[in-house]
Design a protein around this ligand. Structure first.
Ligand code: ZN
Length: 235
C-alpha cells in the first residue's frame, strides 16, 4: 500500500486503540466501585462487631450485678430469719446458708471485676480501632468520589475519541476500511504492524518471501501469513 494509505491506516488504528482504552477504563469502573464499597462495608462491619462485643460485656456485667443484688437480699433474709428461729440447729443451718451466699458474693465480685477490666480494654482498643477504620473509610469514600470524576472525564474523552475515529474512518476508502475491520476482528491490537528483517511486528514470526515481495511492491494491503495482521514497511 502507498505511504498515504499507510499513514491513514496508522492514524485510524491509533484512534481506534484510544477509543478502546477509554472504553476499557469505563468498563472497569463498576467493579472498582464495587470493590471499594465492599471494603467500606467490611470496615463498617468491623466497627459494629467491636461495638457488639462491648455491648455483650455490658450485658454480662449487668447480669452479674443483678445476681449479686439477689444474693445480698437472700443474706438479709437469712439474717432476719435467724432473729426469729428458736432452735439452735435451725440457727446453724441459716449460718451455713449465709456463709454459702457470702462465698457466692465474693465469686460474683471477682467475676464482676474481671468483666470490668475486660470492658475497659475492649473500650480502649475499640476507640483506637475506630479511629483507624474511620480514616480508612474516609479514604475509600474519597476514592469513590475520584472514580465519579474519572467517569465524567472518560465520558468526555470517549465522545472526542469516537468523533476522531469516525473522522479517520471517513477519510478511508470502503475496501480499505472493511479490510481493516475484518483483520481487527479477533486479533489483539495493534493490527497494523511493522515488518522488520522479514519479521512481523505482531507475532514476531518470519513471513514468507512472497509476503515480503508483495509488501515491497506496495500495491495492496498485505497481511502476515502467520497472524493475519496488516504489515507495513519503514519509509
Ligand atoms: Zn504476524
Amino acid at each position: 500500500m502507498g505511504a498515504a494509505i499507510q499513514s491513514s491506516l496508522l492514524i485510524l488504528q491509533d484512534r481506534d486503540m484510544r477509543v478502546q482504552r477509554i472504553e476499557a477504563d469505563l468498563a472497569r469502573l463498576p467493579s472498582e466501585r464495587e470493590q471499594t464499597r465492599k471494603k467500606i462495608s467490611n470496615y463498617e462491619a468491623s466497627i459494629e462487631e467491636g461495638r457488639q462485643r462491648i455491648k455483650e460485656l455490658e450485658v454480662q456485667s449487668k447480669a452479674v450485678e443483678t445476681e449479686m443484688g439477689e444474693v445480698e437480699g437472700q443474706v438479709l433474709k437469712y439474717k432476719n430469719q435467724q432473729l426469729q428461729v428458736k432452735k439452735n440447729e435451725e440457727y446453724q443451718a441459716l449460718t451455713h446458708e449465709i456463709e454459702n451466699a457470702q462465698n457466692k458474693i465474693s465469686e460474683l465480685e471477682e467475676k464482676e471485676l474481671e468483666l470490668l477490666y475486660e470492658l475497659d480494654d475492649a473500650r480502649k482498643s475499640q476507640k483506637a480501632e475506630e479511629l483507624d477504620l474511620d480514616e480508612k473509610i474516609k479514604a475509600e469514600k474519597s476514592f469513590l468520589g475520584r472514580l465519579d470524576e474519572k467517569e465524567e472525564n472518560l465520558k468526555q474523552q470517549i465522545e472526542e475519541a469516537r468523533a476522531d475515529f469516525a473522522e479517520a474512518e471517513s477519510g478511508l476508502e470502503r475496501p480499505m476500511l472493511s479490510k481493516y475491520k475484518q483483520v481487527a476482528r479477533g486479533i489483539k491490537y495493534p493490527i497494523i504492524v511493522l515488518l522488520r528483517d522479514q519479521k512481523c511486528g505482531g507475532c514476531h514470526m518470519r513471513v514468507s518471501a512472497a509476503v515480503e515481495f508483495e509488501l515491497k511492491k506496495g500495491e495492496e494491503i498485505t497481511t502476515c501469513d502467520n497472524c493475519g495482521r496488516i504489515l507495513y514497511l519503514q519509509d
